[in-house]
Design a protein around this ligand. Structure first.
Ligand code: GLN
Length: 554
């Protein structure tokens, strides 16, 4: 580890349009610094007024990323963990809602007695306090990267930008760096790239007193030197601080391209850190395998939000990591559970080697998921159920295999005769929606000899949760007597955490969200084994087909 000088701070703002990949850029630069031996963390400042994204629809916001300490956070925190391998906490995501909540609570308590509470200094002070606090962490961080959500010019972003201006003065220019991510559009008709939007966006930043130290320009085409010179001149920075952020096939290439262009060295120099060679060998190997795998396998994801892939971000990435460990590319087939409900599973699931049912809420599409699970169970197709996926698998098993009548989760039918999935006791009295689910890391003990135990290679694990309903332990004896295996249990509250099936090659359901802990070069063990099982299933199918053709030919 490096010597402990003053903590350094790098702010990332975005201009022109949203969705330019600020989170990936911050995570990539975080990786380059981590590869140089620095202790790095990343925080996200979100300008919206919700206290956290937990109450937002996945259609609006994408996935809610849950941390070990039970915070419901922005999906960019998932990228941070996957890229820099540092565990995030609730300190890593701050929203305008949280800032106002804190300030208003203090005002009611009388902390500001006699004073008028204002955006400057009270809101900006609270923003700065949170940035400093994030840098403290368990062991003080050398470098804190701060991503500011939204786009420069948004009304909601203003207090954050003002706080950065003050923060730079207070911490010293040599300890704070501003990186601005912008779009340089390419006009196809005239074959030109346009620098004007970037100039305007930097002008907006300067209006509030912020001067970018580095520009990352998103482009579809290479950024010629004369365009860099022009941008540099108009935006008052050196041409060598203007970088191109090209569109790439895999997000995991971004750190390597940045490094190749010299971004890492420039950041280190700007912050007065010692120059050194980064160790990116493992990362390079990983990217090579992502781009050129030896095999491929098709796995279906059947859910409700399948036309918005951001809702399943961590699952998608977990398949990239686990694909690499199996030297295969996982091709995802997205299935809309309502369509399966309407048309039956056979026409959709005939060409897949694995089925994953992800987490979800509400009744819509449930019967489609249950039909898909039945198909996978009966045909021996590897199955992986996550949270709601486990709950649907238990419902299907209780209905079809145990032959129970009127089986359901009380989430979908509160008066079901056989509620095999039911509200946890601790949830019954809960009426507030925000932050009240079973959230964060819980312990689980695995049953030796199960698929889960073989995957994790250990008995005690800890995984992250986000749900209100559970397997109803009153039905365990019935379920077990027909071949359901309880492969993992919470030792503290005795809730079922992992289920498997006796008569199936690979059928695993988990009440937690394993996808949240899968990382580059550390694929989640259950995803890794699920992909392995899908590859084995595919091979088996091919052998069977070959045999059939052989018999037909003779
Ligand atoms: N809706 C279910 C519950 O609350 C499942 C939640 C989930 O899949 N994350 O228990």
């Amino acid at each position: 580890m490096r010597d402990k000088g003053h903590t350094k701070y790098i702010f990332f703002t975005g201009g022109v349009v949203s969705s330019l990949g600020k989170g990936i850029s911050a995570a990539s630069i975080g990786r380059l610094l981590k590869a140089r031996g620095y202790n790095v963390t990343i925080i996200k400042l979100d300008p919206y007024i919700n206290v956290d994204p937990g109450t937002l629809s996945p259609f609006q916001h994408g996935e809610v990323y849950v941390t070990d300490d039970g915070a419901e956070t922005d999906l960019d925190l998932g990228h941070y963990e996957r890229f820099i391998h540092t565990n995030m906490t609730r300190r890593n995501n701050t929203t305008t809602g949280q800032i106002y909540y804190t300030v208003i609570t203090k005002e009611r308590r009388g902390d500001y007695l006699g004073k008028t509470v204002q955006v400057i200094p009270h809101i900006t002070d609270e923003i700065k306090r949170r940035i400093l606090q994030a840098g403290e962490g368990d062991s003080r961080y050398d470098i804190v990267l701060i991503e500011v959500g939204g786009t420069v010019g948004d009304i909601e972003s203003q207090p954050f930008l003002e706080a950065i201006r003050q923060f730079t003065l207070e911490q010293g220019h040599q300890n704070v760096m501003n990186v601005h991510l912008t779009l340089v559009p390419y006009i196809r008709a005239s074959g030109e790239i346009k620098t004007k939007p970037t100039q305007h966006s930097v002008m907006k930043l300067r209006e509030i007193g912020l001067q970018p130290d580095m520009l990352l320009c998103r482009t579809e085409v290479p950024l010629p030197q004369d365009a860099r010179d022009k941008i540099a001149l108009f935006c008052s920075l050196l041409p060598e601080m203007v970088f191109e952020a090209r569109d790439v096939d895999s997000i995991y290439e971004v750190p390597l391209l940045f490094e190749q262009d010299g971004v890492g060295d420039r950041v280190v120099a700007r912050l007065g850190l010692e120059p050194c060679e980064p160790d990116l060998s493992g990362w390079k190997n990983f990217v090579r395998k992502v781009k050129d795998p030896s095999a491929y396998v098709r796995i279906a994801i059947c859910g409700k939000y399948t036309n918005l892939h951001d809702s399943y971000k961590s699952i998608i990435e977990a398949f990239v990591h686990s694909g690499v460990e199996n030297d295969a590319r996982v091709e995802l087939k997205w299935l809309d559970s309502e369509e399966i409900e309407a048309k039956g599973p056979a026409q959709f699931l005939g060409d897949i080697a694995g089925l994953l049912i992800p987490g979800g809420f509400g009744e819509r599409g449930i019967e489609g998921k249950i039909a898909a699970i039945r198909y996978a169970r009966e045909k021996g197709i590897p199955f992986f159920g996550i949270c709601l996926g486990l709950q649907c698998a238990v419902i299907e098993f209780a209905r079809t295999v145990c032959g129970l009548e009127d089986v359901n989760s009380t989430e979908f039918n509160p008066s079901a005769q056989n509620p095999v999935i039911d509200l946890m006791e601790t949830q019954v009295q809960v009426s507030q929606k925000g932050g009240t689910m079973r959230l964060g890391a819980y312990r689980c003990l695995l049953e030796p000899g199960t698929h889960a135990h073989q995957a994790y290679k250990t008995v005690e694990i800890s995984e992250r949760h986000r749900h209100r309903y559970e397997v109803n332990n009153g039905y365990l004896e019935t379920l077990k007597s027909r071949g359901l295996i309880v492969a993992g249990t919470n030792p503290d509250n005795h809730l079922v955490e992992v289920i498997e099936l006796r008569d199936h090659p690979w059928f695993v359901g988990v009440q937690f969200h394993p996808e949240l802990k899968s990382r580059v070069l550390q694929a989640h063990p259950l995803f890794r084994e699920f992909v392995a099982a899908a590859l084995a299933f595919k091979l088996h199918q091919q052998e069977r087909d070959d045999k059939e053709t052989f018999h037909e030919d003779n």
